[in-house]
Design a protein around this ligand. Structure first.
Ligand code: BGC
Length: 758
């Protein structure tokens, strides 16, 4: 460090090219290579090529939406390990992912790259992914920090979010990944948060990320997210990408020279960078070619677990005892398996669903195909051809979804409808053959209300990566039992989505007006039925839930509580159930969502087998973020533990009582209302005292009046409860022994508030 010149230090903080850091040969400082990410390795053939240049073939695993639908920690960790191995064999030091942004609106063009609408789930899955990759000695980049929840004006828009919502919805996934897995790098978002660019946001990049969460790696800009290089350094952004950018480097040098940038800030950024650069190069990884076939087979296994069975009337699935099948829909032959933009992987091979179905079927089954659609608008000839094929078959498998051009990084969708041509085909096919199974490929929630009642069986496959074709045929024919569940709500219509009124914003701002009420938190509170709720997914078997027990009915925050529940496979085939734990607070002092996910477990069971799912809940599981206290608060009191097969299918519940040992200093001030004073443990006795005095005063002035003291206190309080204590005193200032302000100050001193400083 000491040996580096100012020029070298400044240069180190901007990329050498589109994907690499600067090396300093004379001091033996190597360069490292970063590549997208995250569901495969997109290492460009020519490392000097920017943007979407051709990349070296690598395994295309299921993108985040389908990966998350597995809810399978072990599997996601293994995906991370496989990706780590591919990075090593492609000489990549840092994989640019995972993305843990919250799915606020289904319109967001990048939802397929994100895990969930729920911050807890996104955090758990992101942390395990990072653990997997980094266990191989390869780094990750947790992105896009934060509130990059739409692509519309993503380079400039300001996400206007109140503090509590930021803390409870948009930060926890990042927080969990940082605290549990220490990603080597964090990538800042393009957008602004409350008026400040994410790349310059001191509060987010330094105060929260480093001081509160103890992040130890370096912060890298999203590609092109730096506006003012010097301000970004001051905010806590260490590495600007892409490079080279000599002008910005020069600005840093000048700023140090003219004392507008403290050299210590630059030194710190360099230290953080060097730590990761040397770490990347010093971990012995060896060099090898990854086994493409093995990785492809693994990608198929992962894809299988990401498939969600949404509907299965009369057990139409799995398909058995048929002699003819009609496969319709062009996506059967040209599958949609990943989204567009920086995460686009050049796959090592692609499984075509039609071919995979053909392989799995014996010669006795007659297979016919018709494309059914070619463009977004319906084509009568194609639809008629498809119907001719469909009506002659025992069963129809219809492949539909969102065409590639509909979903990508860089723009949002305009609608959540399927293309008109697909809707027309679904309606026509189900009309001629009611035994139609719909296989959907889309990266984010879609509208289904136009046709869902006509379709007896639906598989939501999201985007399954290169081996999706095989996975789909395995599930269709019962070689595998689907076990995915939704990690986002599918609304009946877009207008029901909580962000609907505020999205996409105007005049450079998008207001997160729905606050905490994102996803199921909103649908719960407003009692709006979604078409398919968060956490939903069926199976070819059935599960029963029993024996919900807790380690202690009344527990102290510091001990936490352990919850057990038995799950039994009550059907005839092996299967996996995703058990979800939600918490509901009985009488919160503040507004809270009806319930929030705080645990989940994926349990694999043979027929008749029972296993116990175990969850541990700590104080944070019960907490909300208090803006007044500037901290997480877990209130003493009763909480319901809800165990469900989805957010709408709660099977068991029990109540626990939390004893809080949290010591909160008083936050009362000159403007506090009587209610605030009553809610404050030290303030309440003061109000009691005042009320007693007041009642005594009334009594002494009305000796003939028969007075029920308690009732009178209540009446007096109810009319004044939301008035500031000071205002109440002001009304009766003449009766007071001292000025109203002084009296309130006196009481504030009694509750321990030093009001002189306020
Ligand atoms: C994307 C990032 C990506 C980077 C590098 C940006 O446009 O937002 O997710 O990692 O490019 O390709």
């Amino acid at each position: 460090m000491l040996q580096l010149t100012l020029e070298e230090k400044a240069a180190l903080c901007t990329g050498l090219g589109p994907w690499q850091t600067v090396d300093v040969e004379r001091l033996g400082i190597p360069r490292i290579t970063m590549s997208d990410g995250p569901h495969g390795v997109r290492k460009v053939k020519n490392i000097e090529d920017f943007g979407l240049a051709e990349s070296i073939p690598a395994t295309c695993y299921p993108p985040a939406a389908a990966l998350a639908a597995t809810w399978n920690r072990e599997l996601i960790q293994k995906v991370g390990e496989h990706l780590g191995d591919e990075c090593i064999s492609l000489d990549v030091d840092v994989l640019l992912g995972p993305g843990v942004n919250i799915k606020r609106t289904p319109l967001c063009g990048r939802n397929f790259e994100y895990y969930s609408e729920d911050p807890y789930l996104a955090g758990v899955l992101g942390a395990i992914f990072v653990k997997g990759v980094q266990s191989k000695g390869v780094g990750t980049s947790l992105k896009h920090y934060t509130a990059n929840n739409q692509e519309y004006q993503r380079f400039t828009i300001s996400a206007e979010i109140d503090t509590r919502t930021l803390k409870e919805i948009y930060l926890p996934a990042f927080e969990k990944v940082v605290k549990e897995s220490q990603p080597w790098t964090v990538m800042c978002a393009y957008n602004k948060i409350n008026g400040i660019f994410a790349s310059e946001h001191y509060d987010l990049l330094t105060r929260i990320l480093r001081s509160e969460w103890n992040f130890e790696g370096f912060v890298v800009s999203d590609w092109g997210a730096v506006h003012n290089r010097v301000d970004a350094l001051k905010g806590g952004l260490d590495l600007q990408m892409p490079g080279p950018n000599d002008r910005d480097v020069q600005k840093v040098i000048e700023a140090v020279r003219n004392n507008t940038l403290d050299e210590k800030v630059l030194n710190q950024a360099v230290e953080r960078l060097l730590k990761i650069i040397f770490q990347a190069k010093e971990i012995k990884k060896g060099h090898f070619e990854f086994d493409k076939e093995k990785h492809h087979a693994f990608a198929r296994k992962v894809a299988t677990e990401g498939i969600i069975l949404l509907k299965n009337e009369n057990n139409l699935l799995p398909i058995k005892n048929v002699s003819s099948i009609a496969i319709i829909g062009g996506m059967a032959k040209e599958p949609r398996f990943q989204g567009g933009g920086s995460s686009l992987i050049n796959p090592t091979k692609i499984d075509i669903p039609f071919d995979e179905i053909e392989k799995i079927l014996g010669e006795n089954v007659h297979l016919e195909y018709a494309a059914g659609y070619a463009k977004d608008s319906g084509d009568k000839t194609l639809i008629n051809e498809a119907c001719d094929v469909a009506k002659q078959a025992d069963v129809v498998i219809l492949f539909s979804g969102l065409p590639f051009e509909h979903e990508s990084e860089g723009f949002d969708r305009k609608t959540i409808d399927l293309p008109e041509s697909h809707i027309e085909l679904i309606k026509a096919a189900t009309n001629v053959n009611p035994k139609t199974i719909l296989v959907l490929s889309n990266g984010s929630a879609i509208n289904m209300h136009q046709w869902i009642n006509d379709v007896p069986a639906v598989l939501e496959t999201y985007l399954l990566g290169q081996a999706g074709g095989g996975a789909i045929s395995d599930v269709l024919f019962g070689k595998e039992n689907p076990s995915g569940k939704l990690t986002e709500t599918f609304p009946v219509r877009l207008e029901h989505n909580p962000a609907y009124l505020n999205y996409p914003g105007e005049a450079g701002k998008v207001r997160y007006g729905e606050g905490l009420y994102v996803g199921y938190r909103y649908y719960d509170k407003k009692e709006i039925e979604p078409i398919f709720p968060f956490g939903f997914g069926l199976s070819y078997t059935t599960f029963s839930y029993s024996n919900l027990t807790v380690s202690k009915k009344t527990f102290k925050d510091i001990e936490g509580v352990t919850v057990n529940v038995d799950i039994t496979n009550t059907g005839e085939v092996p299967g996996k159930e995703i058990v979800q734990l939600y918490i509901h607070q009985s009488n919160p002092k503040v507004d809270r969502p009806f319930k929030e996910l705080k645990g989940f477990s994926k349990v694999e069971l043979q027929p008749n087998e029972t296993k116990t799912a175990t969850f541990y809940l700590d104080s944070r599981s019960f907490a909300y973020y208090s803006v007044n206290y500037n901290s997480w608060i877990w209130e003493a009191g009763e909480y319901d533990i809800l165990i469900g097969a989805s957010s709408k299918d709660i099977r068991l519940n029990t109540t626990v009582t939390l004893e809080s040992t949290q010591e909160l200093s008083s936050i009362l001030n000159m403007d506090s209302t009587i209610r605030d004073w009553i809610n404050d443990p030290k303030g309440k006795p003061i109000i009691d005292e005042i009320m007693t005095q007041r009642v005594n005063y009334i009594k002494s002035h009305n000796p003939d009046l028969e007075i029920d003291e308690e009732q009178m206190k209540e009446e007096l309080l109810s009319s004044a409860i939301d008035l500031p204590l000071l205002r109440v005193f002001k009304f009766a200032e003449n009766l007071l022994p001292m000025p109203a302000e002084d009296l309130v100050k006196l009481f504030l001193t009694r509750v321990g508030v030093n009001n002189e400083e306020k």
